[in-house]
Write a protein of this length. Structure first.
Length: 320
């Protein structure tokens, strides 16, 4: 698939996300109040973890950097359909959890554009590089990080799950649990075509069931050349599975807390079912939150937002 086609497709996803957000704008301030806290720690911005332009992160230090809680890192990964977003999107989460005493960070990563190419696996490598850089930076300023949790929204939630499940034994910091909201769990084109996402989105993605379009779908997210013949033979399945977080779940996987909107028109709601089935089959601890009145942005169920935040704080206390 040509890069320009990928850009057009992802731009449509972003447009739909903006439409959903526009319908719920009056709730955003109310939801943000749930995360707003009196954070008195230091923020160190624009630290570098790699040579690429967007290889930057912001570090949020707890007020007491000598406490035991400060040895635990919580890293946020932003959403934006892999085409937009920034580390600033994780500021409220980072401030909230740093105010609880934890060391937190929010990272940017390379986006797909007309001048850059990336894919799910390469971003996963960037996450690992960010973790290593954060560990080293904290050591410089006297914080000995011992473990971490990973947090994300939408595309960032997908990357958080992929990293948390796939890199459990290779992460520079041991991973204790995952926090995610509205994250895709599979890149199986059949799931996306068969979901209840809007017809305009399906049209933009060209998910009409042909082997050529399925090949393009897998190619654009994996960064690998996939042909219609590979779709027909089943060889393409191994490629989309290699970037699908649920495929890395096993009996040794870390706990996860997650949330999905029942009215999500961006990410197939089936993502939650696929995730829960894999977790149940492996016997992994999890807490699942369904927002019955919300779409992708999880903005229309304020009480559920509070419950989710309370559970995240509970995970921090329990698993760190």
């Amino acid at each position: 698939m040509k890069l320009s086609t990928f850009v057009t497709i992802s731009s449509v996803i972003l447009l739909l996300g903006a439409l959903v957000a526009g319908q719920t704008i009056r709730y955003i301030e109310k939801e943000n109040q749930l995360l707003d806290v009196d954070y008195q720690g230091e923020v160190i911005r624009d630290l570098r973890y790699g040579e690429a332009e967007r290889n930057l992160y912001d570090l949020y230090l707890p007020e007491d950097t000598s406490s035991e809680k400060a040895s635990h890192l919580i890293l946020f990964i932003h959403g934006g359909s892999w085409m937009a977003g920034d580390k600033a999107d994780g500021e409220q989460w980072s401030r909230n959890l740093a105010a609880e005493g934890y060391t937190t960070a929010s990272m940017s990563y390379t986006l797909l554009s007309e001048t850059t190419t990336t894919n799910i696996a390469l971003i996963n490598d960037e996450v690992k590089a960010a973790v290593a850089a954060i560990k080293d930076k904290c050591a410089e300023i006297g914080i000995n990080l011992t473990d971490m949790a990973i947090n994300g929204f939408s595309a960032g939630a997908c990357q958080a799950m992929l990293y948390g499940f796939k890199e459990k034994d290779s992460s520079p910091l041991p991973i204790k649990f995952i926090i995610q909201e509205s994250g895709p769990t599979t890149f199986n084109p059949e799931v996306w075509r068969g979901s209840n996402i809007t017809d305009i989105l399906k049209s933009a993605l060209h998910l009409d069931g042909t082997t050529e379009d399925y090949a393009n779908w897998v190619s654009m997210f994996s960064g690998q050349l996939v042909t219609p013949e590979m779709v027909e033979s089943g060889d393409a399945d191994a490629i989309w599975k290699s970037i699908s977080p649920y495929t890395y779940i096993n009996q040794d996987s870390v706990p996860i807390v997650f949330a999905y909107g029942s009215l999500d028109l961006i990410v197939p709601p089936e993502s939650r079912n696929i995730l829960e089935i894999a977790l149940d089959e492996a016997g992994v601890t999890y807490d699942s939150f369904v927002f019955p009145h919300s779409g992708h942005g999880l903005k229309l169920d304020i009480s559920r937002n509070q419950q989710f935040l309370d559970k995240v704080h509970e995970y921090c206390e329990k698993y760190f």
